[in-house]
Write a protein that binds this ligand. Structure first.
Ligand SMILES: [Zn+2]
Length: 453
């Protein structure tokens, strides 16, 4: 069921603060052996602005606590630093050139296998609550993967002209209503729910209520980097509220909780603000963790991980069938004490932001490919299509990716060339399904989110 609506009630009056993960009394554990699965993703959240990843400001007490109680992937990356493509990849465990949703506004192909479909086949009720316009079903094709898919579009941007997203409070409210219904009528079935928050996506607001927590003087005017931090603190508190809401209705200690972001954000590095167009670490490196007490031992995984690993790993942990078509890596054996694949080669792609015009639609996918990348141990290689130029970085010696080790006109290596061909040919298989240009409302909403080429 697809539902689009606006949650208008005033923010829920629930006290926030530290994560409310310890169980309140009187809650019955879910029946059967399958755990509830709660996936929370935060848009545009780079890993190194969280305490769990070493940040000095207190942006994320709730997320940090959750990550201490579970396994945290220190070297997790998205496969494409753009909202729609990345989250389609997370759910299907396929790369953007395989699912086809390689740019915002391009629907992925229908009929694909996915995590929610696999869970539904195991008897789960599946639901999603998304607050970013780019995830609307008419742009992404995501609703077919869930029994219940709610587009929570309540917040306006740009002086109130366009509604393009939801606040975290509105998403919490939508999830709360659904969970009430679930607990009341379907509590004998496990559920999978996915909540996607939009903060701290640009344009960053100054969340003054969090100045004290972050050590900023009250009512101080802030620069964009500091505003970004206040947005993280706000979404972190909202996540704490969500856990408190859920903890009153289900046993969180018997719930598999995943936390991740879809991509990071470049805060001026390489002369760039935003995400999507480049494959540098500020937009690739993401926070990612899994908490399931009694099943997943707390700790860290330092081997290279990808957002597309979540689907096979969740299915592996709950011991279900059906993960064969997934491109991600199943970490279950590693989490059970096996050797991590430290030598794993990981691959990336960047595409133009959104298909906004008829001109874009003519060659929407192939013409949208901007760059491909590959990381092998500390060696990171990037090739940009339009500049016909390759970069090579040693991430250990040069973590800020400032000094390319290649000459300007050096050709990509065979490994990267092979990946480029794979991506480009995959994108070509969609030429017969070129979409119609977006409706005017969607174009306005995408522009308000900054997706303008
Ligand atoms: Zn995003």
């Amino acid at each position: 069921m697809l539902r689009t609506g606006s949650s208008c009630r005033v923010a829920l009056l629930i006290l926030c603060g530290a994560a409310m993960l310890s169980q309140t009394g009187g809650v019955e554990p879910p029946t059967g052996r399958l755990p509830n699965v709660l996936i929370v993703t935060v848009d545009t959240l780079r890993a190194d602005r969280l305490g769990a990843y070493g940040y000095s400001r207190n942006t994320s007490p709730v997320i940090d606590k959750l990550m201490r109680e579970g396994v945290r992937f220190t070297q997790a990356r998205t496969v494409e630093p753009l909202t729609g493509p990345a989250l389609c990849s997370m759910l299907t465990s396929r790369y953007p050139h395989e699912h086809g949703g390689s740019r915002n506004g391009l629907r992925m192909r229908s009929g694909m296998a996915s995590l929610p479909k696999a869970l539904q086949a195991q008897g789960y009720r599946t639901s999603a609550f998304v607050g970013n316009w780019t995830l609307r079903d008419k742009l992404s094709g995501l609703a077919e993967h869930f029994e219940y898919y709610e587009e929570v579009i309540s917040r306006r941007r740009w002086f109130g002209l366009v509604k393009g997203e939801a606040t975290a409070d509105d998403l919490n409210e939508a999830f709360d209503v659904w969970l009430d219904d679930h607990a009341g009528r379907h509590g004998d079935r496990p559920f999978m729910a996915w909540v996607h928050y939009v903060e701290p996506h640009a344009p960053y607001r100054n969340q003054k209520a969090f100045h004290g927590q972050l050590g900023f003087p009250k009512n101080q005017a802030l620069g964009d980097k500091e505003k970004y931090d206040t947005e993280i603190a706000a979404v972190d508190a909202a996540f704490g509220e969500l856990l408190e809401i859920a903890g009153k209705k289900i046993n969180l200690d018997e719930t598999l909780i995943v936390f991740a972001s879809d991509h990071g954000e470049s805060l001026g590095e390489h002369g760039y603000w935003g995400h999507g167009r480049h494959l540098y670490e500020p937009t690739l490196h993401i926070p990612m963790s899994i908490r399931w007490p009694g099943r997943v031992a707390p700790g860290t995984v330092d081997a290279p991980a990808l957002l597309i690993d979540l689907a096979p790993t969740i299915l592996g942990l709950i011991d279900t069938e059906g993960n064969a078509p997934f491109a991600g890596f199943d970490w279950t054996a590693v989490l059970d004490g096996g050797e991590p694949p430290m030598d794993r080669i990981t691959r990336y792609q960047a595409h133009r932001g959104a298909v906004l015009s008829k001109h874009d639609s003519d060659l929407a996918r192939k013409a949208g490919l901007l760059a491909v990348g590959l990381i092998e141990k500390n060696r990171k290689e990037i090739f940009r299509m339009e500049r016909n130029r390759r970069w090579l970085f040693d991430l250990e010696a040069d973590p800020k990716e400032l000094d390319s080790l290649t000459r300007v006109n050096e050709h990509p290596t065979e490994g990267l060339l092979g990946w480029m061909r794979t991506v480009y040919e995959g994108l070509g298989e969609f030429d017969s399904t070129i979409p119609a240009p977006l409706d005017e409302e969607s174009v306005k909403a995408l522009k308000s989110l900054g997706y303008v080429d």
